[in-house]
Ligand binder design. Structure first.
Ligand SMILES: [Zn+2]
Length: 235
């Protein structure tokens, strides 16, 4: 067939077709550069925030149903962007118990747009700390101190000694340390004493000092064990 006769719609369609949006481009270089909403979503699937977003979406939609929604349902859903923002929030705040946090925000019955409120995360940290036993809290905190010591070539016993008051506010806001260590160790208490009223009020919002002092007054034998352990560690 002569070339001129090939100007049929079939011929126009030969080229490179995006399987997501259906756009057809003539040359390969343009095709490689081609980006559309759908293609970008697929490219982003393996990003950590996107994986968390899909995990949260699946958990949200399978509360009462057995089957998890397909990832393509997720990507075409109206709430895709909001869930990805939630995933980014989880990554940014280095949330350590991601699954528990997802269940917590779902149980809060707040809309997805409210899941990134810092106050919700603060409440979560407080409730986690409440349910954590003293030995588990200390074990978890010591692990974090060991990580810090190895990374910075320091000694675990100096974790709070080499920290500034604003550093303490920071690790508390990240949920890294528990009152079981910073309120009961000598070095933690020294550091708390250096905090100004603004810093103390931030800490108090996460770990209400009144509640924790009350808890320590009830769990007397645990407090003794914790203090003994922390002092043996030189903390
Ligand atoms: Zn496309």
């Amino acid at each position: 067939m002569p070339k001129t006769q090939k100007k049929s719609s079939n011929c126009i369609k030969t080229g490179f077709e995006c399987s997501f949006c259906g756009k057809v481009v003539k040359n390969e270089a343009t095709f490689i550069r081609h980006s559309c909403k759908q293609k970008k979503k697929i490219d982003d699937r393996n990003n950590v925030p996107n994986r968390i977003a899909y995990q949260a979406y699946s958990r949200f939609y399978t509360r009462n149903k057995k089957t998890a929604p397909d990832i393509s349902n997720f990507e075409s859903s109206k709430v895709y962007g909001a869930f990805v923002r939630f995933g980014e929030f989880v990554v940014l705040n280095k949330v350590s118990s991601i699954e528990i946090f997802i269940d917590y925000v779902i149980a809060s019955k707040r809309g997805i747009d409210k899941w990134c409120d810092i106050s919700l995360y603060t409440d979560f940290l407080a409730s986690m700390a409440k349910s954590e036993t003293w030995d588990r809290a200390i074990e978890r905190n010591i692990y974090i101190m060991q990580e810090w010591a190895t990374k910075n070539n320091r000694e675990v016993k100096n974790f709070y000694r080499e920290m500034t008051p604003s550093g303490l506010v920071h690790v508390i806001s990240l949920g890294k340390v528990s009152p079981w260590t910073f309120m009961l160790s000598e070095s933690g208490q020294d550091l708390l004493a250096q905090c100004n009223s603004e810093q103390l009020s931030i800490i108090n919002k996460i770990f209400d000092f009144k509640i924790w002092k009350h808890r320590f007054s009830i769990e007397k034998s645990n407090v003794e064990c914790a203090k003994k352990f922390l002092s043996e560690e030189g903390l």
